[in-house]
Structure formats: structure tokens, C-alpha cells
Design a protein around this ligand. Structure first.
Ligand code: XIL
Length: 454
């Protein structure tokens, strides 16, 4: 650990899916008044989805049983990162004996709610069981590759992106590698080896390098940049760079944050904000959060943002109240700033506008497929119609739909669902539609975007 000052810090190919509809042709009454105002989404996840991004939270398995924790997670977020449950000490405390219980709990919760999962992390010097550091080079190499292969195979098809290597560079001006068992015994090549092993284990997951104090341009981020550039030039498999983004007054959001994200993106990798938390309170904290969200939205290859926890009380640095929800799960000014930067609107449809919310649940699973159900609920005013986008991950296919009428985008992965027949809902009333996904080996949950009412 470190002192606060040292470290304040997707789709179906266009082949048409077989679609079963209860009414193949809409009658005159069913012609949708899509010209109505598109209503902004009112949660972090749905607002981010409307901008083509995810909005995630680090989650601890031992809090999932707390009703308010789970309902805040399920309402607001569409991606999760296990905070500690996938780290080496949790997953392989003893050589070749793997423990997936807590991590599986998070992954199945996420899949049941349509959330993405970021895997964190495979190779890191911290939270590393003692036995690893005791191995000599050849043995360490095979232990590292075995760990990556076993863990990624266990979660194959379920992880959107993996932090393959975490925090391998030193802070300060040296730009040098950080001492660790991997660095000290295997040399600089361990990172490349880890990424190659990772690609072989699950070619469907995006492979990220993740670090802190790399959020602006400095000696450390330059060193990471040069590594990523070299990897891209030599064909070493890397897809993304994670910027942890732990900020406080000693280490505020850098002025060149967006420019730094952009220069990495220009290397041809995706960028993600992976562990965002900003110590502080009130409008100062809110302003900083807004800057981070705006920076990500301004970089087209920035695919999403994860905050490092849900309520302040469970933050790893709770005394700095760095998160979006207070200890009682009230939304803080920082929450409002994030929602508004994402283009969402707070207040559940005030002002008399027509709004609706969409929530996803997996209703059944079998070998090779699952059924999903989306509940569409009208806000505080009656609505005359609605649409909800649902995105699946290639090579998945939607093989059937019911209680709705889908249209497909050109990629074939995004289905926009509209109602069949009478589409109106009274204030607060709800309806559901459903669909079957053929997984073709990928069991990722679909992304359900914001509901648009008219
Ligand atoms: C932190 C967790 O939040 C704590 O619960 C744990 O005690 C220590 O690790 N960089 C990372 C994360 O990549 O894994 C760390 O998470 C925070 C810093």
C-alpha cells in the first residue's frame, strides 16, 4: 500500500436472426410516434450506453447481500470489476489450487443483470501469495503462464476486458520498471509473455495494461506509451490501456488528461478509466468528476469508466469520501455532475416529460443459450410508446424475440425493440419483452441501453 500523497492518486453479424413476433405487421394503431422527444436516460449506465460507453463499479462479493448495495449497483451500473476477488492471492492461494467462489458470485450477478465484467488482475506484484515470490525463474515463468491460462479459461467468454498486467512501472522520473518477482527474475520480457499467453487463453477478451500515475503525460506514462507503441509495432497482442485515475488534492486530474488518453488511443488501443475515485466533497469534487467523464467522451476510443466502489463507506480510502454515493447511498453532487456530463437527466422524469426505464434480467440459461427479459417501466407520466436498444456480443445471435418488434442495425448486433400493438403505459406501469440468445461460446450478457419514451 502507499501513502495518499505518493499515490493519490460489441455483436451478431448482419445475417438476419430468426425473429418470432406475436404480430408480424403493426396495425395502424401500432404505428409508433417515434418523432416524440427522445428522453435522456436517468442512470449512469443507461446514459453511458447512450454514448456508446459502459459505466462500471468495483464490487466486493461480501456486500452483494446488502439490499441497498445491490439495488444501487443494479440500477446505476452496467459493468463491474471484482475489487479483490480475481487477484492472485484470492484465486490461487496455493500453487495450482484454484478458488473461484467469490469471483464467480460477482460474475454471475453481473451476467444475470446484463453487465459487462472487467477482469482484474492476472499479473501484479501486490496481493501475490508468498509462494510465487519464492520460485526460481523457470518455475516462476511456468507458474505465471499457468495462472493466466487457468483463470482466463475458467472465465472464457464472460470477460469483456482483462487487466493482464498491473502496475509494472516505477513512479517518478526514471521511467524504469518496478521491482517485482516477475521483473527481477524474468526481466522486461515478462509483460510481453503475459499478453501472448493471455491471447492464447481467451481470444475474445480485450487485453489491457493498467497503471496509476499515468493519467497525464509524465515519465511513467511515457514509459508505458513506449512499451505499448513497441507492442503494436511488433504485433504483441494488446488491446487497451487502463488509467486507474485515483485522484486527490496532491494528485488532481491532470490538465492534459484528455490529451494523454488521446495519444494512447492514437497508438490503436482502446483506453478505459479503470479505478476512478477523487477525494473531496461538494462542487470541487463534482467538477473534477465532470472533467474525467468529459475527457473520456471526447476520445472516441475511450470505451468506458469504472469507479472504484459504490458508497464512500466501502471505499479503500473511505476517509477521503472519494465516490459518487454517500454512506447512505444518497447521490452526491459528484453523481449529478457525472450523470449530466453523460447527457443524462436526474430526478426521474420531472417536468412532465415522458420517461421510461429499462431493466434486464436473465430468466433462464442452458448449454448454448439463454433467455433475457427486459422490463420497461413508465416514469411519472403516461407514455404512448417506447424503444430500447439491446446489444449482443459476436458471435452470439438473437434467435427469437417476443412481446416486441425488433429492428437491426447494419452490424446485426444491435436490436432496437419497439412495442407490438398497443404501446401505451400509464404512469409507473410496466411491460416486458423477451429474447433468446444463442451463445456460440460467448455467454456475455447483452447490454441494454436506455429506454426512450414518447
Ligand atoms: C485495492 C482494493 O480496493 C483494496 O480493497 C485492497 O485492500 C487493496 O487493493 N490499484 C489497483 C487495485 O489496481 O487493485 C487496488 O485495489 C487499488 C490500487
Amino acid at each position: 500500500m502507499f501513502s495518499a500523497s505518493a499515490r493519490p492518486q460489441l455483436r451478431i453479424r448482419a445475417r438476419r436472426a430468426l425473429v418470432l413476433t406475436t404480430a408480424g405487421v403493426l396495425g395502424a394503431a401500432g404505428v409508433l410516434s417515434l418523432a416524440g422527444t427522445a428522453n435522456a436516460a436517468s442512470t449512469l449506465g443507461a446514459s453511458a450506453a447512450a454514448k456508446g460507453r459502459y459505466f462500471g463499479a468495483a464490487v466486493a462479493a461480501n456486500h452483494l447481500g446488502e439490499a441497498q448495495y445491490a439495488s444501487t449497483l443494479d440500477t446505476e451500473f452496467n459493468s463491474v470489476t471484482p475489487e479483490n476477488e480475481m487477484k492472485w492471492d484470492a484465486v490461487e492461494p496455493t500453487r495450482n489450487s484454484f478458488n473461484y467462489g467469490s469471483a464467480d458470485q460477482i460474475v454471475s450477478h453481473a451476467q444475470g443483470k446484463g453487465m459487462k465484467v472487467r477482469g482484474h488482475t492476472l499479473v501484479w506484484h501486490s496481493q501475490l501469495p508468498g509462494w510465487v515470490g519464492g520460485l526460481a525463474a523457470a518455475d516462476l515463468r511456468s507458474a505465471m503462464n499457468n495462472h493466466i491460462t487457468q483463470v482466463m479459461t475458467h472465465y472464457k467468454g464472460k470477460i469483456y476486458a482483462w487487466d493482464v498486467v498491473n502496475e509494472a512501472f516505477q513512479d517518478g522520473s526514471s521511467g524504469a520498471r518496478l521491482s517485482s518477482p516477475f521483473q527481477d527474475k524474468l526481466g522486461n520480457g515478462f509483460i510481453e509473455e503475459a499478453f501472448r499467453t493471455a491471447r492464447a487463453a481467451d481470444s475474445g477478451a480485450k487485453l489491457c495494461y493498467n497503471d496509476y500515475n499515468t493519467d497525464g503525460q509524465n515519465a511513467k506514462s511515457n514509459a508505458v506509451y513506449n512499451m505499448v507503441k513497441d507492442f503494436k509495432q511488433r504485433g504483441v497482442p494488446i488491446d487497451c490501456v487502463g488509467f486507474q485515475s485515483h485522484f486527490n488534492s496532491n494528485s488532481p486530474v491532470p490538465g492534459d488528461y484528455q490529451a494523454n488518453l488521446q495519444r494512447f488511443a492514437d497508438l490503436g488501443v482502446y483506453v478505459q478509466i479503470t479505478e476512478l475515485d477523487i477525494e473531496g466533497s461538494g462542487s470541487a469534487q463534482a467538477t473534477s468528476y465532470g472533467k474525467v467523464v468529459n475527457a473520456c467522451l471526447a476520445v472516441s476510443r475511450c470505451t468506458g469508466i469504472t469507479v472504484w466502489g459504490i458508497p464512500d463507506k466501502y471505499s479503500w480510502r473511505s476517509s477521503g469520501t472519494p465516490l459518487l454515493f454517500d454512506d447512505n447511498y444518497n447521490k452526491k453532487p459528484a453523481y449529478d455532475a457525472v450523470l449530466s456530463a453523460l447527457g443524462g437527466t436526474s430526478g426521474g422524469g420531472g417536468g412532465g416529460g415522458a420517461t421510461c426505464a429499462a431493466t434486464y434480467t436473465r430468466t433462464s440459461t442452458w448449454n448454448g443459450g439463454f433467455n433475457g427479459q427486459v422490463t420497461v417501466k413508465a416514469g411519472s407520466s403516461a407514455i404512448s410508446s417506447w424503444t430500447v436498444p439491446v446489444t449482443v456480443t459476436s458471435p452470439q445471435k438473437v434467435s427469437a424475440t417476443w412481446n416486441g418488434s425488433p429492428t437491426w442495425d447494419s452490424s446485426g448486433n444491435v436490436m432496437t425493440m419497439k412495442p407490438n400493438g398497443n404501446a401505451s403505459l400509464a404512469a409507473g406501469a410496466s411491460t416486458t419483452f423477451g429474447f433468446t440468445v444463442t451463445t456460440n461460446g460467448n455467454t456475455n450478457a447483452p447490454t441494454v441501453g436506455g429506454c426512450t419514451a414518447s
